[in-house]
Each structure stands twice: as structure tokens, then as C-alpha cells.
Design a protein around this ligand. Sequence first.
Ligand code: SF4
Ligand code: SF4
Length: 208
Amino acid sequence: MSNLNTQMIEKYRNSFLREVEANVEEGEWVKMCMQCGVCSGSCPFGPHWEHPPQEIFMMIRAGKRDDVLTSDSMWMCTSCYNCIVRCPRGLPITHIMHGLAHYAHRLGLAPKENPTHKFAIKFWDNLTRTGRVNELKLGLALYFMNGFSEGIKTSLKMKDIGLGMWKTKRLSPMEIVGGHKCKDVSGLHKILAKAREIEESKAQKFSG
Ligand code: SF4
Ligand code: SF4
């Protein structure tokens, strides 16, 4: 169990709703849900998830902290926005789902083998290193995400697409040894550190 998770359990003892309100993007909206079920009925993937959005919001209010934060349901959201446009209470459901996924990751509770979780980590690390996505390294990291032999198989399967991208100058083999970056990488890192600081101070302010 991560230190942050232990601290949060201690801090919000018996009030998971309050914890969500303080730490999850748009989490303060959860209490506005009237459990009509329109979001779950509108979600193209809802029936295939363990917990569609309406159920997640009900579980938050019922204090089912572990069940919510270890669930892979939030990681399945494709940001289609069907739920948001139909919610009679105007809840920013998509953002809450992503906010819950992000919070679960920060606490070390996100399902480690979930492909979207794995991809999100690889994408973020790749992007924030230089401020530009290194498509070659990201692609290879994804192909080899589930082991060496699967990586080789996927690379061979995708080779024509890779060659096509190379020919049309969408991909450079030289990216493997460096690649392009934004003009002010250290400035970008300072912005990200500041954003993290603001996020943490917001959570402290909310929890009083
Ligand atoms: S549509 Fe809105 S009010 Fe209805 S269950 Fe979903 S989040 Fe709650
Ligand atoms: S935005 Fe996410 S939760 Fe909402 S309907 Fe689409 S997939 Fe479902």
C-alpha cells in the first residue's frame, strides 16, 4: 500500500465522498447525481463494465473506497461524451471518470495490467521527457508492453504501417537515438511541477 494511500485513508476516515470531492477532478459534482441511470444507459460500453458511471457514483456515496479505486471501469472510458450531453443534472461525468482513474493511479491502486493504464503511463513518460511525443519509442514501448515475443510478433505485423510512415516522413528511425523536443524542456518541467503543487494545495484547502 502506498504512503499516500495510507495518509488518505487516515485523513478521510469514513468519508470517501469527501475524499473524492477534495482530490478528484470535478469530484465535487458526485453528490449532485440523482441516480437516474441515463449515463449508464447512454454509455456505449457501460453494459460491458463492472461498474458503469451511475453505479460508480452510488458506490462513492456508499463509501466503497476499495471497490471504486481498484476498479478498471474508469479506465475503459473513451471520452465519447454521450453521458455528459444527456445527464439531466449536468454532471461532467467523463471528467470525473478520468479524474477517478488518475487519483487511483496516484494512490497506487489502479489495476496494473489494465492496457489503458499501461498506455497512459507510457504516453505520459514519453511526452513529458521532451515535450514532444517520440512516436517511434512510444510505438515500440507499446508493442513490447506484454513481453518480448509478443513485441516481435506485433512489430512484424505493423511493419508495413511503419514503413509507410517513414516514407511519408511521419516517422524517423533517428528518433530511437534522440528525437525532437520542445524549445524549453526545463520550462515545461517547471510548469508540470507547479501544476502538481497547485493540485496538492487545492486538495488541502478543500479538506480544510
Ligand atoms: S445521468 Fe447524471 S444524474 Fe443520472 S445517474 Fe448519471 S450522473 Fe447521475
Ligand atoms: S464518456 Fe465515457 S463514461 Fe461517458 S458515455 Fe462515453 S465511454 Fe461512457
